[in-house]
Design a protein around this ligand. Structure first.
Ligand code: GRF
Length: 208
């Protein structure tokens, strides 16, 4: 399976995917890494592993529609099977979502449907979770549809919240969970073990 990973920042989730591909845990290839930020360190991670990278900043394309069309064209030209949003802090245009039904995955740093939707990304998620005093948070991998963070949930992993936790410590704990479930979701996709039934995902049990 040919994967495109979209990033905006440090790319630790991208790194987890790169590692899982290189150990052949994921039977696939990261064919392209696209960032909407020129200075995203994730681009360096990709280049270190010989993965083709692209920067798609809104500014260079002027009109959003032109950039979106360019993005779709590149993804089709590269014969991408699965798009993974890994710390991608922009809304994916609907023409892409419609061209890749249940073939776009996103990782979110909370247990959806808590602390998600417009405006909930990165540290804001953890700030709100701490403010609410929750005892358990976590990470979610889901398929992307036109509703922000609203697509079918693939995997979730819980994280205990300690009273002493602050945004930084909580983000680190949640990132550890993200680095486990995102590669696992991609692995299951590559092995065709994911079946979307309505707005739910059925995972074929690993054969004993
Ligand atoms: C982190 O806040 C993570 O929870 C979310 O995106 C941000 C950056 O992740 N998924 P990464 O290190 O760039 O993968």
């Amino acid at each position: 399976v040919r994967i495109a990973v979209l990033i905006s920042g440090g790319g630790t989730n991208l790194q987890a995917l790169i590692d899982a591909v290189e150990t052949r845990d994921i039977k696939g290839k990261i064919a392209l890494v696209i960032s909407n930020k020129r200075d995203a360190y994730g681009l360096v991670r990709a280049e270190k592993h010989g993965i083709e990278t692209m920067v798609l900043e809104k500014e260079t394309y002027g009109f959003r529609e032109r950039r979106d069309a360019a993005l779709l064209e590149i993804l089709q030209e590269k014969k991408i099977d699965l798009i993974v949003l890994a710390g991608y802090l922009a809304i994916l245009p609907s023409i892409i979502i419609n061209a890749f039904p249940n073939r776009v995955m996103n990782i979110h740093p909370s247990l959806i449907p808590s602390f998600c939707g417009n405006g909930y990304y990165g540290e804001k998620v953890h700030e709100e979770a701490l403010k609410r005093g929750i005892k358990v948070t976590g990470a979610t991998v889901h398929f992307v549809n036109e509703v922000t963070d609203g697509g079918p949930i693939i995997l979730q992993e819980t994280v205990e919240v300690d009273f002493e936790d602050d945004v930084k410590s909580l983000q680190e704990k949640v990132l550890e969970a993200e680095h486990k479930i995102l590669p696992l979701a991609v692995k299951l996709f590559a092995e065709e073990k994911l079946e979307v039934v309505g707005n739910r995902v059925k995972i074929e049990e690993v054969k004993k």
